[in-house]
Design a protein around this ligand. Sequence first.
Ligand code: ADP
Length: 579
Amino acid sequence: MTPTAWRIFRVVITLILLIGLPTSVILERALSASLLEQIEQDLLSRAAMAEAAARGAEGAELDRLADQLGKAADARYSFIGPDGRVVGDSEFDGSELGAMDDHSARPEVVAALAKGRGKSMRYSTTLDADLLYVAVPRDYADGRGVVRVAMPTTAVDAAVAQTRATLATAGAMALALAIIGSWLAARVVNSQFEGLLDEAKTLALEADAEVADDEEEEEDEAERSDPDIRGTPLPAPSRELEGELSRAVRALAEQRDLVRAVVDGIQDGVIALNAEGRVDLANAAAVQLLDWKKVPRGKRFAKRVPPVLAAHVDDLRELGTAEAELRLDWRTVEVASAELPKTNGLVLVMRDVTELRRLERVRRDFVGNVSHELGTPIAVIRANAETLLDGALDDPIGRQRFTEAIDRQAQRLSALVMDLLQISRIESGELPLDLEELDLAELFANIVEVTAPDAAKRGAAVHVEPTEGTVFADARALESILENLVGNAIKYGGGEVVLAAKTRKGQTRIYVRDNGPGIPEEHRERVFERFYRVDKGRSRDVGGTGLGLSIVRNLAQAMGGRVGVDGAPEGGAAFWIEL
Ligand code: ADP
């Protein structure tokens, strides 16, 4: 039996006992009183009958009559004369009668003579029993006496005992019926409670199941489904109430799921803090941004974030809504916030702008560099043209020199513009790549041929190490990469250039080595940046744009490859591209 049913049952039983016990006591008393009265009436009418039967009789006649009546009715009959002497008695005869004491003071005799009837209940030494005496007046020859009838009260006691037994049996049966009835009622009522409770709980659990994404919640849930709740009395359930309740719970759950889905779908980190600065809600983006393993629901926000952010939130409480850009470790994060007026909570919206800020910087630097790179040759061209116009045109030697300078700068400008165009094309993804198996030996022979005029001009030699196999790449892009690397080796190297390839674990690395000064360790990472030059003067002298290696890296990445530079065994640079 569940606690609720047990409770209902106990209340009903207590009520039954409280009402039943006094009732049965009162009932028993009333019954025995009425029984006694009935016997009294009975004795009274017998006395009256005896008086009538004995009219005119006197002396021994009366004693005989008393004997007859007593035998017939199982009671004691006495005729008591006006002087208190017992004239006749059903229990005594002859000499015994004479020995009996004066009865005129007996209460029933006194009352009968005074009021016409009398009764008394007392112990009779003569009969050794409790007797009920009833007396009525009778006219004797010598005056007014009484007729008395007596009966032992044991008869009354027996009748009362029997009544009590009947009452007890009936009471026990009623109690048993009440117990069974109340037990059944308790069960029915309880099952209705349980039904409603179970339904409410199922709905609550269903709704919670989606929220319960951490242990704390599971603990809460355990609390909520504590079996003790079954002992909690609820107002009587009705079908409509249940329906209403489940609809409301379902609507709430749907609403909450919707909000959750929307918040989780936001790319920015969203965090809601309560008035105490504990985390109420955090979406997936926030968890990722702050390197959390899970949402620290109910935990102090300030203890789980870098100090800069904790301090910022502290300031926000004082200053209200504000936006800020904070450096959290290696990240740059934009934090917007709004106060929740009702709860005094705080909502933070955080965006990782690290990459955005880096790109902005690169773009700014690039624009600056391009302006500078274009500005220099244009200034030289203008200066030479002005000199020519100012009269140098008439000077045959000067004319030749200035025009050549203009031509050199124009070529540089043209190379620069071509390189910028190519970079822009690669970066915008406009360059169509057609990846295919390329024969390495064929590829190398081709490069040697294309770079031969340049090598010859600078007195350099390009060698190819015996190579077999193929590489999976776009022919034009890979040729462009190798032309650039070989061109640089010819320009900056010591005259010997080697083209080689190595294949390991399905990865092919192509090397372009030279025996020049090489690239010092500290510049190796940065030579692939746009406009980065190790030796500015030499680059300008050889007509470099500072964009060659940047193009190389962009092309390699477009094909899913990598580039790098090591020191060559010969002491020069060893550039490589891995595909
Ligand atoms: P540039 O047009 O100036 O050659 P690159 O991007 O091709 O620009 O090269 C960047 C810089 O790297 C060059 O200015 C040069 O200082 C250095 N560099 C490139 N290749 C070599 C090499 N093989 N040996 C030494 N330095 C080199």
